[in-house]
Write a protein that binds this ligand. Structure first.
Ligand code: GLU
Length: 439
């Protein structure tokens, strides 16, 4: 990218963000940060009936949690004047026109076209209405407004998909404003992108056709169109559409399920590209290495189980500084937190599990003793090294018990681990033992 990039993430606040939107957010954020540019959060709230403030707040909360900071925030609902002005210009130049068909009439027309084997493209009947006819229609109907597409073959170099071409004559002139007065996304988005100097738009492949119409609209408004990149859509692990499962893949649910934010971002930054999904220590690593051209057209499989594994691997690799605040919030005292993280971190799948291990350190637990091990453990207790326990306590204890009992290997170590922790598995005992306040 030669120009300093300006990108935007433009969610509609009509629901919660999910992994699908997140991919768009991450790629735009990275494109901006990788080029030292600007990332704008644009709230697409022109649909006043479906947009809700609680979703706007949820969007901000989700992005904050993920560490995807934005440099500016704009709301389409506050920019109606700009859109009206652009619409008026298009009208004056004959690139926008009023139509009076009802949805039922349009539907009927499309059915007829299909029956005759023709594509269901709007026939521009409204263009041949005389002023008198329009005036008469206005008595009983409110018009909607369409953009007059240029009808050319529109081409662009897509940042993800390569050369793209769309025959505009095969598309219906897009509606810019509905009969009820509501301005639609197509014009609002183009006006905003032009006005805010957006240089790169990354969005899902479901927008490819929109893009053709929008590039035509940029030209009609005398504006330079940004570069576009359309990432492929996510599917489930077996290639099925994700739409039905998106509820359970909302960022809020993933957060509550203990998914690491950095894991989520790094997965979205790499999935469907030629770069491997692997743990990173910070967002900076992803920024340094970002390259949109590594993504491909093929649908991208997303598997929640892979995310859980990637999240666990990411968490275990986090340096203490990255988790210090969260350990503190779990009540782990600062003086012990770092040693605690070294001992327990490599064993966690989710950070919340640290709480259980901290409870064990603080309060101890009931020893788990397998049948037949009762005497062995009873003697072992008497051989515990004197406190305070340091890094050599475990080896001192196991050596003493070994010498006394003659046991070795698993038969020696497992009962001792179970005696101290009540479990078969867990952190490195040499690191954990100095943290145990009991027995
Ligand atoms: N609000 C639109 C959407 O969520 C934005 C699309 C775009 O990026 O232009 O689909």
């Amino acid at each position: 990218m030669t120009t300093t990039p300006s990108t935007r993430f433009a969610p509609s606040p009509t629901g919660r963000l999910h992994v699908g939107n997140l991919r768009t957010a991450v790629l735009n954020w990275l494109a901006a940060r990788a080029g030292g540019g600007r990332f704008v959060l644009r709230i697409d709230d022109t649909d006043t009936e479906r947009s809700e403030e609680r979703y706007v707040e949820a969007i901000r909360r989700d992005l904050d949690w993920l560490g995807l900071g934005w440099d500016a925030e704009v709301r389409q609902s506050e920019r109606a004047d700009l859109y009206a002005e652009a619409e008026a210009r298009l009208m004056a130049e004959g690139r926008a026109y009023e139509c009076f068909e009802t949805p039922e009439e349009l539907d009927l027309r499309r059915k007829k076209q299909r029956a005759m084997g023709r594509p269901p493209v709007y026939d521009r009947a409204a263009l041949s209405l005389s002023d008198d006819e329009k005036a008469a229609l206005r008595q009983t109907r409110t018009p909607h407004v369409r953009f007059l597409l240029s009808g050319t073959r529109l081409t662009w170099h897509d940042l993800v998909r390569g050369e793209e071409a769309v025959e505009l004559s095969a598309l219906s002139d897009p509606v810019l404003r509905r009969a009820d007065g509501q301005l639609l996304y197509t014009l609002a988005s183009v006006v905003d992108d032009a006005e805010m100097g957006i240089t790169h738009v990354v969005r899902g492949a479901d927008h490819v056709t929109n893009t053709a119409a929008q590039i035509d609209l940029f030209a009609a408004l005398g504006a330079t169109a940004p570069a576009f990149g359309h990432h492929s859509l996510l599917t489930g692990p077996d290639g099925e559409g994700l739409s039905k499962r998106l509820g359970s893949l909302s960022l809020e649910e993933l957060r509550e399920g203990g998914v690491e934010p950095l894991a989520l971002v790094s997965m979205m930054a790499r999935l469907g590209s030629s770069a491997p999904v692997e743990p990173v220590a910070s967002l900076d690593g992803l920024v340094a290495d970002f390259d949109l051209s590594r993504f491909g057209r093929a649908p991208t499989r997303f598997d929640p189980e892979e995310l859980a594994l990637h999240s666990a691997r990411t968490l275990r690799g986090l340096p203490f500084e990255a988790v210090a605040t969260r350990l503190h919030a779990l009540g782990i005292p600062e003086a012990e937190a770092q040693a605690f993280w070294s001992a327990v971190g490599p064993n966690l799948d989710r950070l919340a599990e640290a709480e259980t291990w901290w409870a064990l350190c603080r309060e101890g637990t009931k020893a788990a003793i397998a049948p037949g091990d009762e005497d062995f453990v009873e003697t072992a207790w008497t051989l515990l090294p004197p406190r305070p326990w340091g890094g050599d306590a475990w080896s001192a204890w196991t050596s003493a018990v070994k010498a006394h009992s003659g046991r070795k290997g698993r038969a020696l170590f497992l009962p001792l681990r179970r005696a101290l922790t009540g479990r078969d598995k867990g952190p490195d005992m040499a690191l954990l033992m100095p943290l145990l306040r009991r027995p």
